[in-house]
Design a protein. Structure first.
Length: 163
């Protein structure tokens, strides 16, 4: 992944106990093709990565749900929302970063629009609109920030504390 991605993710370190981003004990990423099958590919990539890092299978259910929601949002609102620009739209990317006591799942997409969390009560019968509520409910924290420099887009991330 390299230091360029660590620089783009710099706001992740704000608000957390001090941690050197260069002490990441594991870091991987994958490109997500612009179709909804990428959601299941992202879950599979996450499972294989977590197993490789010897992380508890019990944690996978929560992480998988959050990854699914982040990837679905990126596809729905940033990638597939502008089919007329499909050739010019860079793909979304899933990043997984592990430290000894935390795991961060981050999805980068080309949209400059902020993610919109549903405030207050969530309509359980609605077909959409619960994604960020689920991210907030199943992770230990989440946030987003725009990409800086010449790159357009944003990164939406979720933090999990590891046992």
């Amino acid at each position: 992944m390299g230091t360029k991605v660590l620089t783009m993710l710099e706001p992740l370190w704000q608000g957390f106990p001090p941690v050197d981003p260069l002490t990441v004990s594991g870091s991987v990423s994958c490109t997500l093709p612009p179709h909804y099958e990428s959601v299941s590919c992202a879950r599979k990539f996450t499972r294989e990565t977590m197993r490789g890092w010897e992380l508890d299978d019990d944690l996978f259910d929560s992480v998988s749900l959050v990854v699914s929601e982040l990837v679905t949002n990126a596809l729905r609102h940033a990638i597939l929302a502008a089919p007329e620009h499909a050739d010019a739209t860079p793909p979304a990317r899933l990043h997984l970063m592990r430290w000894s006591q935390r795991l961060i799942c981050a999805v980068r997409d080309p949209s400059d629009d902020s993610p919109v969390a549903t405030g207050g009560e969530v309509d359980s019968a609605a077909e959409s609109g619960r994604g960020l509520y689920l991210v907030e409910s199943f992770s230990d924290g989440w946030g987003w920030h725009p990409l800086s420099g010449v790159a357009h887009g944003k990164i939406v991330w979720a933090l999990f504390r590891l046992p």
